[in-house]
Design a protein around this ligand. Structure first.
Ligand SMILES: *Cc1c(COP(=O)(O)O)cnc(C)c1O
Length: 361
């Protein structure tokens, strides 16, 4: 197991069991006399890995037939472009709900291909909340509606998805994928870079409703068409094999934790321990998000001064807790507590918060 308590925002902690398994298999994959990275991506062995990863991902997120899972490269940031490239017809409109930095980037890419409509933005409030009810103004007939389920930098998460009409729904779930039960079949497309909750960087997971592909633009570069990867089971070209291999192991680990229901129970307790420490500090810590929009994956907060924040980070590091600096664009503190971060690590951090406040408050 790692010797630090890792609160990195991404790439982030991976389950110790998975890392140990990789260590034992990396030189000689299951008696093949070579590593997985040296095999053909068209070998039976790798085909089995990719098929199992797709099956397990669909089972864990809770979708049935009619959905496919593909494993591609380019990170979630490439998806910001490929979604409108494939599904925003020339002159068409797509609605975006923007609740933080990643949503801003997503809508910006869409302007290259059509007319994104800013259906909601919580920028005015400093991205402290998700929009509700009348704060959302959908357009008449959008090609799709895009949201970011968890804004990793601000630490703002939908606890429930609002009613967004009948247009195909697209979700960037990079930082809370498979962390809690959701009604995934409300979505036509969900994408996530793997490096927060699913595995190492270098592989991006896309879940897509197969019937939506029929309406996709055809004049899109082959590698950037979703249909290319769906038709070829993610084997049109050489996929990121090592990342998919680890992702497959992480999904098996997650199933052993009781799937999303099991992990969600632990994630609730993890987040409660940290927000509890923030709320118990009599204003010493100020949470960034409003309580109804608090992220259970990225806990963001400020201290009374930047000097105290600096001290906090130094002393936390001395106590073996790393990765707690807020994103460079917002400052403050951010504890990223993805699936692989244990309850004990969160409790240790929560008592550090209480001690630090008692000494410095
Ligand atoms: C990290 C992140 C991204 C960017 O992911 P890359 O794989 O680095 O491109 C996009 N959206 C969200 C919500 C993220 O957390």
């Amino acid at each position: 197991m790692s010797s630090v308590l890792n609160f990195n925002a991404g790439p982030a902690a991976l389950p110790g069991e998975v890392l140990h398994r990789v260590q034992t298999e990396v030189v000689d994959y299951q008696g093949q006399g070579m590593s997985l990275m040296e095999m053909s991506h068209r070998s039976k062995i790798f085909e089995a890995i990719i098929a199992r990863a797709e099956t397990n991902f669909k089972r864990l997120i809770g979708v049935g037939d009619g959905y496919r899972v593909i494993f591609v490269q380019g990170g979630a940031s490439t998806q910001f472009a490929t979604v409108p490239m494939n599904f925003l017809p020339p002159g068409g409109v797509a609605d975006y709900l923007v609740t933080g930095t990643w949503g801003e980037k997503a809508i910006e890419e869409a302007t290259l291909f059509g007319q994104p409509h800013l259906a909601a933005s919580t920028k005015e409030s400093g991205y402290r909340k998700v929009p509700v009810g009348s704060e959302i103004a959908l357009s008449a007939n959008p090609a799709y509606v895009h949201l970011t389920s968890n804004e990793t930098i601000q630490g703002v998460q939908y606890h429930e998805f609002p009613d967004l009409g009948d247009a195909p729904l697209v979700g960037d779930m990079s930082s809370d994928i498979l962390s809690r039960p959701i009604d995934a079949e409300r979505f036509s497309l969900i994408y996530a870079g793997a490096q927060k909750n699913l595995g190492p960087s270098g592989v991006t997971v896309v879940l897509i409703r197969e019937s939506w592909l029929e309406s996709a633009n055809s004049r899109v570069p082959t590698m950037l068409r979703y249909s290319t990867h769906v038709k070829n089971n993610s084997l049109y070209n050489t996929p990121p094999m090592f990342g998919i291999y680890i992702l497959d192991l992480v999904l098996q680990w997650l199933a052993e934790q009781g799937g999303v229901l099991g992990i969600a129970r632990i994630n609730e307790m993890k987040a409660a321990s940290l927000y509890g420490a923030i709320d118990a500090s009599a204003g010493f810590y100020r949470g960034h998000a409003e309580p109804g929009s608090r992220s259970k994956m990225n806990v963001t907060f400020r201290l009374p001064s930047e000097e105290l924040e600096k001290q906090f980070l130094i002393q936390a590091q001395d106590a073996g807790m790393i990765g707690l600096a807020g994103h460079r664009s917002v400052g403050g503190i951010r504890a990223s507590i993805y699936n692989a971060v244990g309850l004990e690590a969160c409790r240790t951090l929560a008592s550090f918060l209480a001690d630090f406040a008692a000494k410095n408050g």
